[in-house]
Design a protein around this ligand. Sequence first.
Ligand code: GLN
Length: 213
Amino acid sequence: DPTVGVLALQGDVREHLAALAECDVIARPVRRREEIASVDGLVLPGGESTTMSKLVDTFGVRDLIAARIADGLPAYGSCAGMIMLARTVLDGRPDQRGFDGIDMVVRRNAFGRQVDSFEAPVDLAGVEGGPVRAVFIRAPWVESVGAGVEVLGRVAPGTATGGVDAAAADGAAASGRIVAIRQQRLLATSFHPELTGDLRVHRMFVEMVRAAA
Ligand code: GLN
C-alpha cells in the first residue's frame, strides 16, 4: 500500500489520518524532512493558513514540499490546505506564502466574515453516489483558475444551510463559486470531507496516489 502523509504542523491532522486509514493506505503524520521525503502522497489539512505558513518555515520544509509538488507528488489540500496549494491568495496576510502548486486564485475567508460555517450539498465531477455534504469553516473560495485546472464542484445557489448566517453564504456573491478543483496530481477543496465520515474525496485522492505510484 502507498504511504500518504498528513502535514502535521497545525490543523485537523487526526481527522485526515482517520479518513485515510479507511482507504487502504499507510497514513502517517509528517513534519520532518525525512518523513516528507518518503511519502507517496501528501495531505495539507484544514486549519489556519497563516500559521501553517509560518510553521512550514520554522520546520524548514518549505523548499522540500514545494520541490516535491513541482516534481509530481500527489497532494490534496482542504480549506487552509487549499490556500497553501494556490498560486495566488487574496485577503491573505502579506507574509503568508504557499507552495505555488495550483494555477488558481483563492480568496481567503471568502464567504463573509460573519459566516463562520455552513453546509451545502455539492456535486463533484468524478464522484458517484450523489452530492457530498460539504462542510465549510471560514472557507476560501476559488476565484479563478488557469487553463490546466479542472473545476470539480461549485456551491449551487440556494443550497447553503446552517452556520451563523447561511443566507450570506447563499448570497449572489457566493453562489456558483468554485469549491473543488483538480490540476493533474493536485486536488483541493474549500470544504472538509474529513469531518463527515464520507470517504469519497479521500478515495479519489488515494486513486490519484495509486495512479502516480
Ligand atoms: N480561514 C482559514 C485560513 O485562512 C481556513 C479555515 C479552515 O481551514 N477551516 O487558513
